[in-house]
Write a protein that binds this ligand. Structure first.
Ligand SMILES: C[S@@+](CC[C@H](N)C(=O)[O-])C[C@H]1O[C@@H](n2cnc3c(N)ncnc32)[C@H](O)[C@@H]1O
Length: 319
């Protein structure tokens, strides 16, 4: 039986690629107090509220993904959420698969404390565990193999993704499923032309984020460059690729207060962390967007929306 291990106050690893917290130099490229042997600037614990807000907002998308996964992994005994963060999605797994034990594994122990607290609040404690440590090695602490291993936007923080996939596969029971969420389409919040500044602001921000993501990967000690052909990588890991599907979160304007807060926080992190890579006009536009007193700002404008697609790749360990 998997159980709690909190022996390692682990790391976070750099920004990602424009999907939200930990992705893009926006949310997730924060500085500050590090945990464990962090190789970049992300303080995952400091990001907990934003990670939670994002995952809560994205819940409809995750629920669709879980319904799809249930067709392949009908009745999993053990589900492992590898790189769980604060455990919002881990708890959704506990809810969607009432017969399963769920283990949230992550390098950031403070996030796992929040995961455990959330599981307790939701009444899942008796079948919820946490595992703190560096991935993929921390999975060696599992007491038995997983029937479903979910890795959402965590794999790209690991230096050797190919080796990590093989390691994830080795912790699956025969016939078990590995589900990797990577890629898709980055979140859009604003129309192309927002009536101020040069049209296409979000596209230019995305271009900077793509470079930051590449820099994050390049800076990971022992990094291995890979063509991000996930089905081929899963096959090379000895697994049988079974499916690829993208899930949409489509929150049209006008946004709820929670969604507006999330977009505002995300844009202000982008301004803080990427602003210097944008030209002066775009910086000025972002400043107007973030000014609560400006009627064209994101606090007030009615055309703000949230549209994002996440892609999930599944593969099965041959029996
Ligand atoms: C972008 S967050 C994703 C969180 C969650 N899976 C989601 O989709 O919202 C990446 C997570 O991976 C964890 N992480 C990054 N590198 C890690 C490593 N080498 N070992 C363990 N966890 C790691 C971070 O602590 C963080 O919680």
């Amino acid at each position: 039986m998997a159980h709690d291990h909190r022996h390692h106050d682990g790391p976070g690893h750099g920004p990602g690629h424009g999907h939200g917290p930990g992705h893009g130099a926006g949310p997730g490229h924060g500085a500050g107090d590090r945990h464990g042997h962090d190789h970049t600037d992300v303080d995952w614990a400091e990001m907990a509220p934003l990670l939670e807000a994002q995952a809560e907002l994205y819940t409809p998308l995750y629920r669709q993904a879980m319904a799809w996964l249930a067709q392949e992994a009908a009745d999993p005994g053990l589900i492992v959420d590898a790189g769980s963060g604060p455990g919002v999605v881990s708890c959704l797994f506990a809810d969607a698969f009432p017969g399963a034990r769920v283990v949230a594994a992550d390098g950031a122990a403070p996030l796992l404390e929040r995961a455990a607290a959330r599981a307790a609040r939701l009444g899942f404690t008796d079948r919820f565990g946490t595992l703190a440590g560096d991935l993929p090695d921390a999975l060696g602490e599992l007491d038995y193999p997983a029937d479903l291993l979910w890795a959402s936007q965590s794999l790209h923080h690991l230096a050797d993704q190919r080796a990590a996939l093989a390691a994830f596969g080795s912790h699956l029971a025969p016939g078990g499923t590995l589900a990797v969420l990577e890629g898709g389409l980055p979140a859009r919040f604003l129309p192309r032309d927002i009536g101020i500044g040069r049209p296409g602001l979000q596209d230019r921000i995305r271009a900077v984020e793509a470079d930051v993501f590449s820099g994050m990967r390049a800076d990971l000690p022992g990094t291995v460059a890979e063509t991000e052909d996930w089905p081929a990588m899963l096959t090379a890991a000895g697994l049988r690729h079974t499916g690829t599907r993208s899930f949409l979160l489509d929150l049209p304007a006008p946004l709820s207060d929670a969604a507006r807060d999330y977009v505002t926080t995300t844009l202000s992190r982008l301004r803080e962390q990427l602003g210097e890579s944008l030209d002066a006009d775009d910086r000025a536009t972002l400043d107007r967007l973030l000014d609560p007193g400006d009627e064209v700002g994101v606090h007030r404008r009615r055309d703000l929306f949230l549209l994002v697609a996440h892609t999930v790749y599944t593969a099965v360990r041959p029996g």
